[in-house]
Design a protein around this ligand. Structure first.
Ligand code: ATP
Length: 411
């Protein structure tokens, strides 16, 4: 395992030094120190690791304070879970420092109660065997893998297995996590674990907050294979428990998630995902889902706009550019682009790349100089000039001035 840890293709040498410094300091404080969770899993899979989850038997907050004392940077403690983030000085690395702990659930779906404990106990509170391994970083046992739950064998077999039968009842968000790992690694959810994804555990999803559910869906949308994951979510009967109106993700839209926007629209994979996902829903259903998932105003506007625009296409088809432009102007560009992708309506692309930038040359203060008093007529004239440009009625500044003169004469 030391070989993997020292492989610069898997872990950047700078990060390795960081880990070893942390481990040395932990040792001086009498705490044993491990790399844990996803990073151990990915190292064993020969995949490069990004996040560093470090766990100590002792007190992570104390270690974080000491790291700041010795190396600088900043620490953010989280007292309830006795964890801390260490913001490494002069870099954007953040290390997650965890105190080995034991957890118990007061009621299904609730957040757990925690108490400090041993690394072995800590591994037992985790979601799946493949995520329940630890790699010793300090002392003479450095490089040793702790694998009390058979994670390595499951990695080799390619299976996702929970640690105990109540796992999904304790925390049904693990259902989404199982699906993410299964599809991401091309693994299979082990049959007994699969049986535990049933109406008993799914029912608990109904009591989860919108924020927790949305977070899980966001994590799926962040993945390369998100459309396949959403198909699995639907296949396991999860959608109905999120909300009865929750639709399936249209798999023919999956390529659109991978689109690299070459237009000057801020790309946002999550927003794109939800716009596509909800695009064929009625306004009422969107309202219900936006509430259930506790969307921000911005995200709500995105999904509402996508669906609304798709429905309006039939009425807008064949309209002159000015009509398109004024209909689209209030809608988020990303929603317009999403509707373009699924409908191939060229007017939408023309709006995004050309029409929205078309403005008349005449400015408001010129109208004022021409003696026009401020009032609604002002805006009407400017709008009329813009439409003339958009619809090809004027093609140069002279023509615009002529039209303006006619409008000023009230013609
Ligand atoms: P990813 O590659 O998706 O980031 P990860 O394993 O690093 O995978 P995190 O969400 O960062 O995932 O979680 C870190 C570790 O914490 C996991 O490997 C797992 O051991 C544990 N964990 C996270 N969420 C849960 C959960 N809901 N229940 C139990 N253990 C969890």
């Amino acid at each position: 395992m030391l070989r993997l840890l020292r492989d610069p293709n898997l872990i950047h040498p700078e990060k390795l030094t960081l880990l070893l410094n942390i481990a040395n300091l932990a040792e001086t404080l009498g705490m044993s120190c491990y790399l844990v969770g996803g990073s151990v899993r990915d190292l064993l899979l020969g995949r490069p690791i990004n996040d560093l989850d470090v766990i100590v038997e002792g007190d992570a907050i104390k270690l974080a304070k000491k790291l700041v004392e010795v190396y600088g940077g900043k620490q953010t403690p989280h007292f309830k879970f006795r964890t801390a983030f260490w913001h490494v000085p002069n870099s954007d690395h953040v290390v997650d420092l965890i105190t080995a702990r034991i957890e118990s659930y007061e009621k299904p779906g609730a957040l757990p109660m925690v108490a400090p404990s041993t690394i072995e106990e800590d591994l037992r509170r985790r979601d799946f065997t493949i995520n329940a391994m630890a790699l010793r970083l300090d002392g003479k046992d450095m490089g040793e893998v702790l694998d009390p739950l058979g994670g390595k064998a499951d990695l080799e077999r390619g299976v996702i297995r929970v640690l105990h039968p109540n796992s999904f009842l304790d925390d049904p968000t693990r259902i989404f996590r199982a699906i993410r790992y299964e599809v991401r690694y091309g693994f299979a959810i082990e049959p007994e674990t699969l049986r535990l994804i049933n109406p008993n555990s799914l029912k608990i999803l109904e009591s989860l907050s919108g924020e927790r559910l949305r977070n899980e869906l966001n994590l799926i949308l962040d993945e390369n294979l998100s459309a396949q994951m959403m198909r699995r979510v639907a296949g396991l009967g999860v959608l109905n428990f999120i909300h009865p109106k929750m639709p399936e993700f249209d798999q023919t839209y999956s390529d659109y998630l991978e689109m690299d926007l070459n237009l000057d629209i801020e790309s946002d994979r999550r927003a794109m995902g939800f716009i596509l996902w909800f695009m064929d829903l009625s306004e009422e259903d969107i309202f219900l889902l936006v509430n259930r998932l506790d969307f921000s105003n911005e995200m709500s506007l995105n999904v509402w706009s996508g669906a609304q625009l798709k429905r309006s296409l039939i009425h807008l088809a064949g309209s002159p550019p000015s009509v398109w432009t004024y209909a689209l102007e209030k809608l988020p560009l990303l929603a317009i682009y999403a509707v373009y992708l699924v409908s191939h309506e060229d007017a939408l692309l023309s709006y995004i790349s050309i029409w929205r930038h078309v403005k008349p040359h005449t400015a408001g203060n010129e109208l004022k100089a021409m003696g026009l008093a401020a009032g609604p007529r002002f805006g009407e004239i400017l709008l009329r000039l813009r439409s003339a440009w958009l619809d090809g009625e004027v093609n140069n500044e002279t023509q615009e001035k002529e039209l303006l003169a006619r409008l000023m004469r009230g013609e």
